[in-house]
Design a protein around this ligand. Sequence first.
Ligand SMILES: Nc1nc2c(ncn2[C@@H]2O[C@H](COP(=O)(O)OP(=O)(O)OP(=O)(O)O)[C@@H](O)[C@H]2O)c(=O)[nH]1
Ligand SMILES: Nc1nc2c(ncn2[C@@H]2O[C@H](COP(=O)(O)OP(=O)(O)OP(=O)(O)O)[C@@H](O)[C@H]2O)c(=O)[nH]1
Ligand SMILES: [Mg+2]
Ligand SMILES: [Mg+2]
Lengths: 292, 278
Amino acid sequence: NLAEKLQRTLGKLRGRGKLTEQDVKEALREVRLALLEADVNYKVVSEFTARVRERAVGQEVMASLTPAHQVIKIVYEELAELMGGSRSKLELASRPPTIVMLAGLQGAGKTTSSAKLANLLRKQGHRPLLVAADVYRPAAIKQLQVLGDQLQIPVFSLGDQISPVDIAKAAVEHAHRHANDVVLLDTAGRLHVDEELMAELRAIDEAVSPHQILLVVDAMTGQDAVNVANSFNESLDIDGIILTKLDGDARGGAALSIKAVTGKPIKFAATSEKLDGLEPFYPERMASRILG
Amino acid sequence: LSSHKAIDEELFERLEELLIQADVGVDTTLRLVDDVKDEVRTKGITDSSLVRPILQTKIHEILTTHSSVFELPKTSPAVILVVGVNGAGKTTTIGKLAHRFKSEGHKVILGAGDTFRAAAIEQLEIWAERVGVDIVKHQPGADPAAVAYDAIQAGRARQCDVVIIDTAGRLQTKTNLMRELEKIGRVVEREVGEEGAEVLLVVDATTGQNALSQAKLFSEAVDVSGLVLAKLDGTAKGGIIIAIAAELELPVKFIGIGEAYEDLRDFDADEFAAALFD
Ligand SMILES: Nc1nc2c(ncn2[C@@H]2O[C@H](COP(=O)(O)OP(=O)(O)OP(=O)(O)O)[C@@H](O)[C@H]2O)c(=O)[nH]1
Ligand SMILES: Nc1nc2c(ncn2[C@@H]2O[C@H](COP(=O)(O)OP(=O)(O)OP(=O)(O)O)[C@@H](O)[C@H]2O)c(=O)[nH]1
Ligand SMILES: [Mg+2]
Ligand SMILES: [Mg+2]
């Protein structure tokens, strides 16, 4: 692992004066490899290692640490700080209903995450309404209805012959009439380069002004995470990210890439297929996971 | 790359960057670039415009170690088992495969082997209806191995020559789910023999290095014979299949380039290698 590799490069003497330029250079070569193997974006890795180099060179090596551990400590802190941030919970509107829109690539976990989020909100005393706004994928509406039934949470649907924009508008009216204080719009998976479908998301945004737009991203996403997050963010000015399938063993470097490039916070971590599998995002845990 | 005039360290760094950004991964990238450097040195090449074709050729070699032509087993029926992690594109790929084989004159039947996920059976039923093929299904929560068995029996009874079996998405690290998959694989093998089944692992083109672990662990559970690289119509390059080919010798048989049942193509190693540079 990274700690062992760095021990070999930087030696085992503790509290050995200051970190030299050479120490840091050697260490960062290993850190760079670890981050790339963890799927962190190539350019983000270069920027990140440059920051660490600035912080590390000339730093006093603490008496209790080896130079290797000192560098890892700096890297871990920088990573956690980069991915952290105070806006990592779901902010509710001052006047209900809060409208949340979930968007992202095909298969990322939007439908499941919508249901999980509804479950979480209901446990916190809210009255969520799930909205089936995916009119394209076969049995997408049925999928959300089955999940809603399992949770005993209402699912609003107008079938698959009505436009998602009209479904969203009608859902918000329905929420007002039925005192649902959170509306969760599940949208169809789409490519960030599909102009028509990206325009559809903007049209939904225009029509109902969601208070929170959450980009749902698969934790195993590779180098392309940056392109996807950038496009969705430029198109919609997203409020945050849900990172899914963290119960696998993907290192999840996409988390760092996306935060570094968009500045938007990761709000939730999805860690199972079950409907209680949604937790707040812990940047320190993610930092250790990425470093492997 | 084309603007780079000299064959120097910077050129090779740019190649590394390109490959890593294509999700080829560090190990495979370094190995490829070292091979290119060796060839440039031993052949005394000085023209930098020759470097890219050399790299493309090496990638092509790795990708064609095993045939990427999909061979339908000669047994009657032939069985195709489709596996992979959650959301990769399995069910949609089965719709595409069903359409492909039906339009080639085969009689196809589907097995709704995802008995777990919400509306998974309904999703495959819609594909069966759209393509015009029969489907075998049990109730949600049923034993997927039993569905696989029934689909093969129904296929025999109805003179189908292709049976395509869907399975639930599963992360490769979930040992109980991988054991369930092994059981499905054993049932299929018992019914049509090793030579009667093709096992396709569907990999999402946006996946990074984890796809290598997926290929390894799925291959330990079932006899994966080929990959389907889905969602190649996005901007991800899917370079991880080069690492998978290099380390596991697993060929890509098909690529998915969209959500409609026509959006399936045979894998073309030349096109793929060239597209890495777009
Ligand atoms: N293991 C695991 N599986 C998950 C998680 N989140 C979602 N899934 C599974 O991933 C697959 C895809 O999830 P969906 O919710 O259908 O994804 P989606 O983004 O709505 O897909 P599209 O609507 O087709 O774009 C399903 O099999 C889910 O059960 C997670 O956190 N962990
Ligand atoms: N753009 C694009 N989307 C695809 C492709 N293949 C599948 N999809 C989409 O990806 C999403 C997931 O596809 P599924 O077929 O449900 O994936 P799956 O592997 O069966 O998912 P689970 O059964 O939940 O594990 C759907 O929205 C599909 O339409 C492809 O080649 N291109
Ligand atoms: Mg969905
Ligand atoms: Mg499926």
